[in-house]
Design a protein around this ligand. Structure first.
Ligand code: ADP
Ligand code: MG
Length: 712
C-alpha cells in the first residue's frame, strides 16, 4: 500500500470554504449560541410571565406548567423557521450510547395546495417515536413496544445545519409507557436530584439556610485521533470496528515525545477552528485544544456546565467532531484504542458539586469553607471506596479493555489521588492527637486548617483513575467514545448516599460536641476505614497491583468481570433507595452493556477473520511465490512456515466465531468472547503483524501505522 502517489495525495488538503478571521470586536461577529434557543432568545420572544415561569423551571427545577408549552412552542417554531429549519425532532439518548432523532416537518399541506407551518405545545412536550428497535434489555417487551419522549426544558433546543437545510432538535427524555427509563438522560436527572437533596441537607448542618439547590458539574476532556480518509476507507477494520485489527508497530512511534502539546499541523488546526465554530453556534463552550501524547492524537475540552447540559453537549461535541472531519478529508476516531502499541483515548470527566454561590469541592479561604470542603471531600472518598466496583463497571466496554491497565491509562483498580497537601490533612486528622488537635485549634482560632492547595498545577498523578485537581475530582478512567451519562449517574448517586451517611453521623456527633470537633471525629472515623482507596504512587506499577490486593481493593480487569457490579445487591439497593434506577431498569442496562460487548467483539472477530483470509493471506502467498520464483529457497521456506501458521490461526478464529460454539447465557458468552475469541484474534494478528514486516511492500494491502499516524 505504500504507493508514494497515494501517500502524497493523502497529505494534501484544501481549505473547504474558508471561515476566515473577521473583526471579532465588531457587533454580531461572535456566533456563540447563534443556533440555540437559549435564555436570550427566550427573553426576547416569550411573553414576560411565560419567560419567568420557564426560567423558574430551568433554574430551580420547579415543575413546568403544561399551559406554558403552547407559547414556548410558538416562539420556538418562529425562531427555527427564521433560521431556515424545516423540520423538528425530539432528540434523545437511547441505551445505544448515541443520540437518536426522527424528523417531522413543520409544514402540513393545506387545501388549495399551500402548506402551513404548525408546531403545538403538545408536539413540543411529548413525542412517540416508533422505538421498538432500540435496545431496552427486556424492559419493554415488544407487545408494549411503545415508548415516548418528553421535553427536557432544562437543556436548550438547538438547530443542526446542513448545506441543504436545517432542523430543530429538542432535547428529550425517553421512557416506556409504564414510566421506566429507556434512556441515559432520565437516570442522570434523577441522580442529580438525589445529590441535590442530600447535599442541601448537609449544608443545613453547616448553618447554610439560604442555598436552594446543589447541582453537579462536568467538564469532559475529549481525546481523539484524526487520520486521512483515504487510509480510513482502505481499512475495512477501521470502517467496521473503529479500530485497527492489524498493524505492525512503526519504527517511529511516540518514543520521541515530540507530539504532546506540539505545534498543531495546519490542516488539523483548520479542522479544530471549524469544529469550535460549529460547537460555538450550538452553545457548547469549547475552551481548550492541544496535541495529545500519540502521533495523530488531539484533545478538545469545554468549560464545565451542569451535568445534564454538559452531557447533552458532550454528545453534540462527538457528533460535530465526526461530521466536520469529512470537510477536511479527515476521519475522527473516538475509539478507546484505535492503534495497538500507541496510546489510546480517554475522556477525563472533571466533576464537582455546586450551589448557586459556591463550588463545594473548592477548599475555600475561610475555616468555615475549609470544614465544608473537608466534609464533601470525605463523602466522595467514602462513595468511591464503597462503590469502587460499580464505578469501574460504569466505564466498562470492549474498547476500554484495551486501554485500562495497559500502562498508558489508569489501571482497572479504582483508587483516589488527593495530592500531597490534602492527603496530609486527612492523615493528620485520622491519626488523632496531636496532629488533629493542631487542626482543631486552627479551626477554633479561625485560622486556615488547610494549606493552600495548588490549583491546576503540573503536579498531577497521570496514573490515577480518580484524582483531586484543586477544586474538583477528575474521573480519568472514562473512555473516549462513551456517553458521560452512566458514569456521572453513578458518581452522583454514590456521593448522595455517602453525604447522607456522613450527615447522619455528623448530626449524631453534634449532640455532644461543637461542629468543628464533631466533624473531625466523623472524618477520623471514616478515613480510617475508607482511606485505603487513597493512593498517590504509580498506578501503572506491578507493586501497586500487589498492594491494592492487600488493601482489599477490587481489580476488575475486563468488562465481563466488571459489569455484574451493576446488578449486585448493593447497587440494586442503592439505586432503588435513591429512586435513580429500579431493579428492572438496572438489569436492562446490564444486559444492554453485556450484549454490546459481545456484539462488538463478535464484529471484530469476524472482520479480523475476513481481512486475514481474503486480503492478507493471499498477499502473503503471492510473496512466497515471488521468493520461489527468484530461487530464494531458504527465505521461501521461512515465509511458507509463517503462512501456514497464519492459515491455521485463521481457521481457529473462524471456528471460535461459529454460533454453535457460543454459550447461550449472556454473561457466559461474554466470558467466552474474552477467553476464547479474543485470544484467537490476537493469534491471527500476531502472525499478520510479523508477515507485514516481511511481505513485499507493494503487495501488502493495508495502509500501515507509519502512514496513518504520520501523514497529515
Ligand atoms: P487538564 O488537561 O489540565 O486537566 P483542561 O483545561 O484540559 O485541564 O480541562 C479541565 C476541565 O475541567 C475543563 O473542562 C474545565 O471546565 C473543567 N472544570 C473546571 N472546574 C470544574 C468544576 N468545578 N466542575 C467540573 N468541571 C470543571
Ligand atoms: Mg487536558
Amino acid at each position: 500500500m505504500r504507493s508514494p502517489e497515494s501517500n502524497v495525495a493523502a497529505a494534501q488538503w484544501s481549505p473547504s470554504g474558508s471561515i476566515g478571521t473577521g473583526d471579532l470586536t465588531a457587533p454580531g461577529a461572535s456566533v456563540h449560541g447563534a443556533n440555540v434557543f437559549g435564555t436570550e432568545q427566550q427573553r426576547h420572544r416569550l411573553p414576560k410571565p411565560i419567560f419567568r415561569q420557564l426560567q423558574a423551571t430551568i433554574d430551580r427545577g420547579e415543575p413546568l406548567n403544561p399551559d406554558l408549552a403552547d407559547a414556548v412552542a410558538l416562539a420556538m417554531k418562529d425562531w427555527a423557521l427564521e433560521r431556515g429549519a424545516t423540520h423538528y425532532t425530539h432528540w434523545f439518548q437511547p441505551l445505544t450510547g448515541w443520540t437518536a432523532e426522527k424528523h417531522d416537518s413543520f409544514f402540513s399541506p393545506e387545501a388549495g395546495g399551500s402548506a402551513l407551518a404548525q408546531f403545538s405545545g403538545k408536539e413540543l412536550i411529548k413525542g412517540e417515536p416508533d422505538a421498538s428497535s432500540f435496545p431496552s434489555g427486556g424492559v419493554r417487551a415488544t407487545f408494549e413496544a411503545r415508548g415516548y419522549t418528553a421535553w427536557d426544558p432544562t437543556s436548550p433546543a438547538f438547530i443542526i445545519e446542513n448545506p441543504n437545510g436545517a432542523y430543530l432538535c429538542i432535547p428529550t427524555a425517553f421512557a416506556s409507557w409504564t414510566g421506566e427509563a429507556l434512556d441515559k438522560k432520565i437516570p442522570l436527572l434523577r441522580s442529580m436530584s438525589a445529590l441535590n437533596d442530600a447535599a442541601l441537607r448537609a449544608l443545613r448542618l453547616f448553618g447554610d439556610t439560604t442555598s436552594t439547590r446543589v447541582y453537579t458539574t462536568i467538564g469532559p476532556e475529549q481525546e481523539y485521533f484524526l487520520l486521512d480518509e483515504r487510509f480510513f476507507y482502505a481499512r475495512p477494520d477501521l470502517v467496521a470496528t473503529g479500530r485497527t485489527l492489524f498493524g505492525a508497530k512503526p519504527a517511529k512511534g511516540q518514543q520521541l515525545d515530540d507530539h504532546y502539546f506540539g505545534f498543531i499541523p495546519e490542516r488539523v488546526l483548520a479542522y479544530m477552528l471549524d469544529v469550535e465554530r460549529e460547537l460555538g453556534k450550538l452553545g457548547v463552550p469549547v475552551k481548550t485544544r492541544h496535541n495529545e501524547v500519540a502521533p495523530g492524537q488531539y484533545e478538545i475540552a469545554p468549560v464545565f456546565e451542569n451535568s445534564n447540559v454538559g452531557t447533552d453537549h458532550q454528545q453534540l461535541c462527538m457528533q460535530v467532531m465526526q461530521t466536520v472531519a469529512r470537510r477536511y478529508g479527515l476521519v475522527c476516531l473516538l475509539h478507546e484504542k484505535p492503534f495497538a502499541g500507541v496510546n489510546g483515548s480517554g475522556k477525563h470527566n472533571n466533576w464537582s458539586m455546586s450551589t448557586d454561590e459556591a463550588n463545594l469541592l473548592d477548599p475555600g479561604d475561610t475555616p468555615h469553607e475549609n470544614m465544608q470542603f473537608l466534609f464533601f471531600a470525605t463523602a466522595v472518598i467514602r462513595a468511591v471506596h464503597t462503590h469502587q466496583g460499580l464505578l469501574r463497571a460504569s466505564i466498562a466496554s470492549a474498547g476500554q479493555d484495551h486501554r485500562l491497565g495497559a500502562n498508558e491509562a489508569p489501571p482497572a483498580i479504582i483508587s483516589i489521588f488527593l495530592g500531597k497537601e490534602l492527603e496530609d490533612v486527612f492523615r493528620a486528622i485520622a491519626a488523632g492527637e496531636p496532629a488533629a488537635s493542631v487542626a482543631r485549634e486552627m479551626m477554633d482560632l479561625g485560622a486556615h486548617v488547610l494549606p493552600d492547595l495548588p490549583r491546576d498545577t503540573g503536579d498531577r498523578n497521570r496514573t490515577s483513575p480518580f484524582a483531586f485537581t484543586g477544586n474538583r475530582f477528575e474521573f480519568r478512567a472514562m473512555g473516549s467514545s462513551q456517553s458521560p451519562s452512566l458514569p456521572n449517574t453513578v458518581l452522583n448517586t454514590i456521593t448522595a448516599e455517602a453525604i447522607d451517611g456522613l450527615a447522619d453521623e455528623l448530626s449524631e456527633a453534634m449532640k455532644s460536641a461543637p461542629l468543628g470537633e464533631a466533624l473531625l471525629e466523623v472524618i477520623r472515623d471514616n478515613f480510617s476505614t475508607v482511606g485505603s482507596i487513597v493512593f498517590d504512587g504509580d498506578g501503572y506499577s506491578e507493586e501497586w497491583h500487589a498492594e491494592a490486593a492487600e488493601r482489599g481493593l477490587k481489580n476488575l480487569r475486563t468488562t465481563p468481570d466488571a459489569l455484574p457490579e451493576l446488578v449486585s445487591e448493593e447497587t440494586v439497593g442503592l439505586f432503588s433507595a435513591y429512586n435513580v434506577l429500579n431493579a428492572r431498569e438496572l438489569h436492562s442496562r446490564y444486559e444492554v452493556l453485556l450484549e454490546q460487548y459481545v456484539i462488538k467483539v463478535n464484529i471484530e472477530a469476524e472482520t479480523s477473520a475476513d481481512i486475514a483470509a481474503t486480503m492478507l493471506l493471499p498477499a502473503a502467498a503471492r510473496h512466497v511465490a515471488t521468493l520461489k520464483e527468484a530461487g530464494l529457497d531458504a527465505l521461501a521456506a521461512e515465509a511458507t512456515e509463517m503462512v501456514e501458521g497464519f492459515s491455521t490461526a485463521i481457521k481457529a478464529l473462524q471456528d471460535a466465531n461459529l454460533d454453535e460454539n457460543h454459550p447461550v447465557d449472556l454473561l457466559e458468552e461474554a466470558r467466552y468472547m474474552r477467553d476464547g475469541v479474543i485470544p484467537a484474534m490476537n493469534e491471527v494478528r500476531d502472525y499478520a503483524d510479523r508477515l507485514e514486516r516481511v511481505v513485499t511492500d507493494d503487495l501488502w494491502p493495508l495502509p500501515r501505522y507509519a502512514e496513518m499516524l504520520f501523514i497529515r
